[in-house]
Structures are given as C-alpha cells and as structure tokens.
Design a protein around this ligand. Structure first.
Ligand SMILES: NC(=O)C1=CN([C@@H]2O[C@H](COP(=O)(O)OP(=O)(O)OC[C@H]3O[C@@H](n4cnc5c(N)ncnc54)[C@H](OP(=O)(O)O)[C@@H]3O)[C@@H](O)[C@H]2O)C=CC1
Ligand SMILES: O=C1O[C@H](COP(=O)(O)O)[C@@H](O)[C@H](O)[C@H]1O
Length: 522
C-alpha cells in the first residue's frame, strides 16, 4: 500500500513571517520526517464523522505514511486510546457505496494503531505539556535523530475555545526543530458569530500565528464540483462571453437537507442556518461563480478576487429575505421554547459591479426539507425575438449539481424529434458517475487536509475574505436577534415557506414546467 508514495510537494506561495513557518520553505527538509496530526475535540461529532475518516482515506491512499505519521486525539473526556479507536472504527468503515471488505478492516486496524489519545483541558498547562511530550517522543522515534517536525493541529472544537487552545499550542506545542518543519492550525467554521466577534477572534489568533499558518477550513471548497468552478469558467471559451448581466437573468445557490438538527440543537440554535451554511459555504460558492479571473492560480491572487466581489455586494434588504423554522424544531430539548432561530433562509444578494448589476444571486438553505441536495442554477435570459414561441418551454439553464450525484447539465431548447417542427426542452448532460466510471471522487475533508499538509492555502478562507463575508450578513443577523426579522413556520418535508418561492419568482426566476432532469442510468 505504501510503496507508491504520492508526492506531498506543495504549490503554496508562502509569505514568510515571524516565527515558525518562515524558515521552512526548504521543501526537501520540509516535506519529509515526522508528521504529527493532532485532532483537538477528538471526542466530538466532526472528529469521528469527518476528520478521522478523512485521515484514514489519506492513509489508505498512501498520503500518510506509517513510518512518519502519528495521530493524536485530544479532548477533555477521559477515555483510553482504545476507547477512542472504538468510537471511530465504525465511521472509518462506512465508506459510502462500498461494503467494508476484510482488506479495509485490516487497513483500519493498522491505521488505528497510529492513533493515540490524550485527555486534558483546553486552557490548562498540564494537558498541553503532556501532548507536547507525546508528540516529541513520536518525533524522536520516527526520526533517527532530531529532525524535521511537522505539526498539524486540527481544531474540531466550538469556536469559543479557539483562543485558549491556540494560546496553549503556542506556549507548549510548537514545532521546535531547527532542521525544518512547521506548525499549522486548522480552524473550523463558523468562525465567530458576527463581524465584531469574528474580528476579535481573528485578532487573538493572529497575534499568535501568521496568516500562512492558519487554515480556515470551509469544506464546501473541497467539493469536486466547487473545485471545478474556476476551471469551467476560466478554461472554456463557451462561458466567457455569456457570463454576465447581458445574458444571465438570475443565479441560485441552493443547499437543502431532508433532516433536521439531529441532536445538534445546542450548537444550532445559537448559530442558525445563515451562520451554519450561508455565510460560509454558499458565500464561498458565490465568490467562485461571480469573481473576476484571478491573475494566476496562486492563493493570494484568488483570494484577492474573492474579496473584491464580496466588497461589491450591497446591503441586504429585509424584503429580499424569507426566513423559516420547521415545525417541531422547538420540540428538541436543547432548543428554547421561544427560539427565533431560522432553520431555513432565502436571501437575495446583489452585486454592484459592471458584470453583475441587476442580477439577483439567490442563496437558499434549509433543514428538514423535501430533499437533500446542493446545486447552482444559472438561469439565462430569454432569446430576443423568439420565432419559435418556445418561451413556454422555459429558459436556458446551466445547472451544477454539487451533491448528491455530481453532475452538470445545460437545459436547452431543441427540435422535438419527429415530423413536426416543434420544440422541446432537453439537456446536454455531464453526469460524473456515468462519465467517470470507476473514478473515486475524494471527500472534501480528505482533499483539504492534504492541502494543509502540502501547505496549499488556495482552498481556504483568508482573513479579509471572512471579514467581508461577515460584513454582508451581520446587520441581518442582528435584526433576527432583535426579533425584527422572524422565521415563518414550515412543514417538515416541504419546500420551505411558500413565501420563499414567491420571492424567487419576484426576483425573476422562471420555472420550466413539464421538464425534470433525470439522472442518467449506468
Ligand atoms: N459536526 C459537523 O458536522 C460539523 C461541525 N463543524 C464545526 O466543527 C467544530 C466541531 O463540531 P462538532 O464536532 O460537531 O462539535 P461538538 O459539539 O461535538 O464538540 C467537539 C468537542 O468539543 C468539546 N466541547 C464541546 N462543547 C464544548 C465547550 N462548550 N467548551 C469546551 N469544549 C467543548 C467536546 O469534547 P470534550 O468535552 O471531550 O472536551 C466535544 O466532544 C465546530 O466549530 C463546528 O461548527 C463544521 C462542519 C460540520
Ligand atoms: O457545515 C455544515 O455542513 C453540513 C452539510 O455538509 P455536506 O457536506 O453534507 O453538505 C451541515 O449538515 C451542517 O449543518 C453544517 O454545519
């Protein structure tokens, strides 16, 4: 399994800063030697469902070598190494679409031997001293002499503890080797609760670590079709002349889940759907759809363009927002009876620039709806002077389905096959399962964790990007908190409040009646 070792060489354009990362761009030393991955909050939901399975997948593919890597789980819960292994084992073997084979179980057993657990608080010396000691022992055992040390800290924790955890890492757990290596910190979303708190958090962490050491993860940026957006837009002549206000009528970016908060009420009720999904995942997708072509693929150039487009978003109007809360949400014991938290939101963003003036970007996200999917729907204007009277069949649409069943298809009007000269709505379809049979599409977390090891920040969120994203949503979030904007109740398993569909229609979206995209069979 480990003989064909893939390269972990990075494409990062590093900016040296004070401290630990600056001396480390000697890649021959940088990318070999011991690698310690520390999952803080190892007892939690994200760690077991996403972080450890992603690490396992990387291990299986040879990106994590057992002669170099060691994985440390850290949390307050007092459990043993084996307890942690037992908690995560089942999630490693739950690879979608494949039943676990004996080979996989063997791999999982080997992988789990690389996992060690340390219990400690998030603000006390003792636990972090112990953690540092354990990492150091690993480093010495994996390097014949003191050598390069790479330390990746993954904060699978509530943001409230980020400052103290970062302080403890800085005080006790930094990479100490003069021979090279690095210390990197991965932080999860939501990063803050509004502009002020996010800036305060950024300030606190920024005092401890350089921007090149901080990886603000947004796992939507690791999804295959999200990563494809720049390629589609900037490597194809087709889209180039059409991608503007002259041709596009409206754009929807939609996230739906057919399940509710499922025991995450304590977290969710404090944050709500806008902070949980829209301010981060959907706004990142919007950036990639709407930004101008970056000077190059360097992370800095890409982030610069994302910031520019976000800065062109105009303040959101109350009448362009519909909030919803599913019936039964407050039955969850962790949710207060008077909760005003939206579990659904449709928000129209407007971009004041030459390309997008007048084109509504409809961001929609909801829990407990009638389906689970995420997609981008670019709807074109009608053909001027239509001689076929085909308006009734609907407009051209370019749909990028992020999940499930990755696909992109262009809805277009064609002649109905047969003797009559009539038109029908059809599609040009690129369905990944069909076109790329046998190709395993990596999970978002897998890809992004590998990027952090490689030192590639392209698919992460830069501090100023995050700030502008909060600037866009903070006034609306405060109006919700003040009770000035209230969610409308909607039935579980529905499309959400009907007012949201009305808003969509008002924004100009025209539904194609009688057409339904059918996923091609293999
Ligand atoms: N779960 C998910 O699907 C996703 C989560 N995220 C983000 O990842 C991070 C972790 O999420 P998740 O794993 O669901 O969170 P959990 O609520 O499961 O928390 C993770 C761990 O943090 C510790 N913890 C929980 N609450 C507190 C607290 N108030 N103070 C100190 N420690 C606490 C607990 O460990 P112990 O008590 O043992 O120390 C817990 O096991 C969050 O920022 C979340 O927003 C992002 C995307 C998806
Ligand atoms: O970040 C989050 O994302 C998940 C949805 O992720 P996906 O990759 O399954 O689409 C969402 O369920 C969760 O509420 C949110 O915190």
């Amino acid at each position: 399994m480990e003989s064909n070792r893939p390269s972990t060489e990075g494409s990062r354009s590093s900016v040296s800063s004070e401290g630990d990362e600056s001396s480390l761009d000697n890649t021959s030393v940088l990318e070999s030697g011991s690698l310690s991955i520390i999952v803080l909050g190892a007892s939690g939901d994200l760690a077991k469902k996403k972080t450890f399975p992603a690490l396992f997948n990387l291990y299986q593919q040879g990106f994590l070598q057992s002669n170099e890597v060691h994985i440390f789980g850290y949390a307050r819960t007092k459990i043993s190494d084996d307890d942690l292994r037992d908690r995560i084992r089942g999630h490693l073997l739950q690879s979608k679409g494949s039943s676990s084979s004996s080979g996989q179980s063997e791999d999982a057993a080997k992988f789990l031997q690389l996992v060690k657990y340390i219990s400690g608080t998030y603000d006390g010396d003792e636990g972090f001293r112990l953690l540092d000691k354990a990492i150091h022992e690993h480093e010495v055992s994996k390097n014949s002499q003191d050598g390069s040390s790479r330390r990746l800290f993954y904060l699978a924790l509530p943001p409230s503890v980020y400052p103290s955890v970062c302080k403890m890492i800085k005080l006790f757990c930094m990479n100490k080797s003069d021979l090279g290596g690095w210390t990197r910190i991965v932080v999860e979303k939501p990063f803050g609760k509004d502009l002020k708190s996010a800036e305060a958090l950024s300030g606190q962490i920024g005092e401890l670590f350089g921007e090149e050491q901080i990886y603000r993860i947004d796992h939507y940026l690791g999804k295959e079709l999200v990563q494809n957006l720049m390629v589609l837009r900037f490597a194809n002549r087709f889209f180039y002349p059409l991608w503007n206000r002259d041709n596009i009528d409206n754009i929807q970016i939609v996230f739906r889940e057919d399940f509710g908060i499922e025991g995450r009420g304590g977290y969710f009720d404090e944050y709500g759907i806008i902070r949980d999904v829209i301010q981060n995942h959907l706004i990142q997708v919007l950036c990639l759809i709407a930004m101008e072509k970056p000077v190059s693929l360097s992370p800095e150039h890409i982030h610069d363009e994302k910031v520019k487009v976000l800065q062109s978003v105009v303040p959101i109007k109350d009448e362009e927002v519909v909030l919803g809360q599913y019936e039964g949400y407050k039955d969850d014991t962790t949710v207060p009876n008077d909760s005003n938290t939206p579990t659904f939101a449709t928000v129209i963003l407007r971009i004041h620039n030459e390309r997008w003036e007048g084109v509504p970007f409809v961001l929609k996200a909801g829990k407990s709806l009638n389906s689970t999917k995420a997609e981008i729907r670019v709807q074109f204007k009608e053909v001027p002077g239509d001689i076929f009277k085909c308006k009734k069949h609907g407009r051209n649409e370019f749909v990028i389905r992020l999940q499930p069943s990755e696909a992109m298809y262009m809805k277009l009007t064609v002649k109905q096959p047969g003797l009559e000269m009539s038109t029908i709505q059809s599609e040009l379809d690129l369905s990944y399962q069909q076109r790329y049979q046998g190709v395993k599409i990596p999970k978002a977390y897998e890809r992004l964790i590998l990027d952090t090891i490689r030192g590639d920040q392209q698919h992460f969120v830069r501090r100023d990007e995050l700030k502008v994203a909060w600037e866009i949503f903070t006034p609306m979030l405060h109006r919700i908190e003040d009770g000035k904007l209230k969610p409308i109740l909607y039935k579980q398993g529905s499309r959400g409040p009907v007012e949201a569909d009305e808003l969509l229609a008002k924004a100009g979206y025209t539904q194609t009646h009688g057409y339904k995209w059918v996923e091609p069979n293999l």
